[in-house]
Ligand binder design. Structure first.
Ligand SMILES: Nc1ncnc2c1ncn2[C@@H]1O[C@H](COP(=O)(O)OP(=O)(O)OP(=O)(O)O)[C@@H](O)[C@H]1O
Ligand SMILES: [Mg+2]
Length: 106
């Protein structure tokens, strides 16, 4: 499984737009795709829910950074896109990338 984390401390710079477009691209290419939303704003999650009726759905999941829990990505997932909240700090990015990532538990 390939994981792609989208992060920037700047708000409104296009993180969710990039995350949802990547997720749609991989899903349309036939890859099982999960979209992990670490932003409590929930924009990516909302997008995935609205799109769930389409032929190549994206599995939207919520995760709380630092909680080490929330998301359990199903086995068979080929791409995991992680959308993060504005204001993220370097230490938080390091935490999110530290293996095992919370969303890679099976
Ligand atoms: N490349 C782009 N060109 C023009 N507008 C864009 C581009 N990417 C995103 N936008 C627009 O900018 C706004 C913010 O985008 P988006 O919600 O993806 O940012 P974000 O970084 O996820 O924001 P937040 O920090 O609130 O989570 C949206 O209205 C989106 O349509
Ligand atoms: Mg966003």
């Amino acid at each position: 499984m390939r994981t792609i984390l989208i992060a920037s401390p700047k708000g409104g710079c296009g993180k969710t737009t990039v995350a949802t477009n990547l997720a749609a691209f991989y899903a349309a290419a036939g890859k099982e795709t999960a979209l992990i939303d670490c932003d409590r704003q929930g924009s990516s999650l909302h997008w995935a829910e609205k799109r769930s009726v389409l032929a190549h759905p994206v599995l939207g999941m919520a995760a709380k950074p630092g909680s080490k829990v929330a998301a359990k990505v199903p086995s068979g997932t080929k791409r995991c896109i992680v959308d993060t909240a504005a204001g993220i700090r370097v230490s938080e990015v390091a935490e999110l990338l530290k293996p095992p990532m919370p969303w890679s538990f099976r």
